[in-house]
Design a protein around this ligand. Sequence first.
Ligand code: FAD
Length: 280
Amino acid sequence: MIPTPFQYVRPNTLEEAIGFLEEHGQDAKILAGGHSLIPAMKLRLAQPLTVIDIGRIEGLNAIRADQNVVTIGAMTTHYALESSNVVSSKCPLLSEVAATIGDVQVRNRGTLGGSLAHADPAADWPAAVLALEAELHIANRINRRTVSAEDFFVDMMETAIQQTELLVEIRVPKTGATVAYEKVTQKASGFAIVGVAVVLNTAARTARIGVTGLAATPFRAKAAEAVLNGNDWTPALFQEAANRVPSGVEPLGDIHASGEFRVHLASIHARRALDRALSR
Ligand code: FAD
């Protein structure tokens, strides 16, 4: 199908982009890689009057690192994350997750910021940013605010980003190697039917587990984390934690998998992710 007519603008700066958002309000949409927005426009699920292409704003696709934090511009592609040496050495979970997304074409075009802002319940990145306790930096004309990954995902395809705001960058604390991402892939697209990201701190005996695909909103599996935190990590304890990953969650069911099956998959893949993270 053909989208409804729209005006296309291409700001050169963040300030200009925010200015367009303010000027056009609800009638405007940010264009990142276009991988979700363009299909939605073609199906007329989205009918923006103004499309604001942020692809030429300098610095929005940069990856920077200091000793403890990796800062990733919202326009950074999945491929850039997959192939970055800085990312693989300081935050290997991001490299692992990036490599599981779609195919080469999708990874070359799709962006971290676009994926997070779109908040598709089957997207892979939300599990990772939750397990990594990433901070998301959101700007409007006047100021910037920081939202934790946990507070960012509000509902299905709804985030903390307001109409006149833009997601600018994502800050991720450095981790060790004991991380893993396990997913059940939807064969046609690569999206996650269920995905579980695990970050283990073996010295402190703490675990963080992010889950996508299982529910309308991605979430931290806190009941499972509580089983692991501060205890001796035996295979039996890992299994108990994995069993608790879906607890308290209203599972999604669709043509790809029933809610009941997703619950089963979440536990199985949580156990696999825990085992693989520890083995590193
Ligand atoms: P766009 O489509 O340009 O934008 C998406 C939405 O976010 C729009 O509403 C836009 O206005 C808003 N937006 C974008 N950037 C910002 C910003 N900085 N601030 C505020 N709002 C913003 N994803 C997976 O996780 N796993 C997969 O396996 C996978 N497979 C895919 C296979 C195919 C064939 C396709 C087409 C997509 C797949 N994706 C997958 C999703 C894809 O990789 C993109 O991450 C996702 O579609 C978002 O696209 P985008 O970055 O191009 O953003």
